[in-house]
Write a new protein. Structure first.
Length: 207
């Protein structure tokens, strides 16, 4: 069976936990994951999740593999300025790319085709190759520029999944609310999961 390959980017918006939980579920599914983090994303990971992932790319990659308890055959890391990474080319693009959380700055640069770093370049590759690009914006309130950029990307077939948890499944913790959003991302990415109770089902799938 051919292994699916995902690229996941964590940018500098609040909500780094969305990215971490998405990474956990992708790896749990057996897929290969390339994890990208902006400089601001590292700062948010440290502030919100107490993860101090610093050092050389090799050291950061090792820390990530240790955190998720996987080896380098399953999880790769590239620095945001590494435009020579294989995933920067359409011939080696991932099957799906997810940006979670997606800052408004990253959203703007992706919408404008900036390609100033590896994350923006990979997103540009997904759009030009007509492959799934899933963005999880986390900002409030939204101004007209934010909304216009989301509309522009939606018209290019990017999926916009705002970090808006539902409450019909009666969440009992912050993790439950995070898992709802992550579950919707996984639905869009075609990854099976049991992170929340589906509408009309009395219990969560894993209970």
């Amino acid at each position: 069976m051919r292994i699916r390959r995902f690229t996941l980017a964590i940018t500098g918006a609040s909500g780094a936990l969305y990215g971490l939980r998405t990474a956990e579920e992708i790896l749990k599914s057996g897929a290969h994951l390339t994890l990208l983090v902006t400089r601001a994303g590292f700062a948010v990971l440290k502030e919100e999740c107490s993860l101090d992932w610093h050092g050389s790319p090799a050291e950061i990659g090792a820390r990530m593999c240790s955190h998720f308890n996987v080896d380098q055959a399953k999880l790769a890391y590239h620095a945001e300025d590494d435009l020579y990474a294989p995933i920067a080319s359409g011939s080696a693009a991932a099957n799906t790319m997810i940006v979670a959380p997606c800052s408004m700055g990253s959203l703007s640069r992706i919408a404008g085709g900036n390609s100033g770093n590896l994350i923006e370049r990979c997103a540009d590759v997904m759009l030009k190759e007509k492959k799934p690009l899933i963005l999880v914006p986390r900002e409030t309130p939204l101004n007209e520029i934010h909304l216009e950029n989301m509309l522009k990307l939606a018209r290019m077939d990017a999926a916009i999944i705002p970090a808006m948890p539902a409450f019909y499944h009666h969440p009992r913790s912050v993790n439950d609310m995070v898992d709802f959003v992550v579950g919707r991302v996984l639905d869009m990415a075609g990854i099976e999961h049991s992170l929340f109770c589906r509408w009309g089902r009395p219990e969560r799938d894993d209970r």
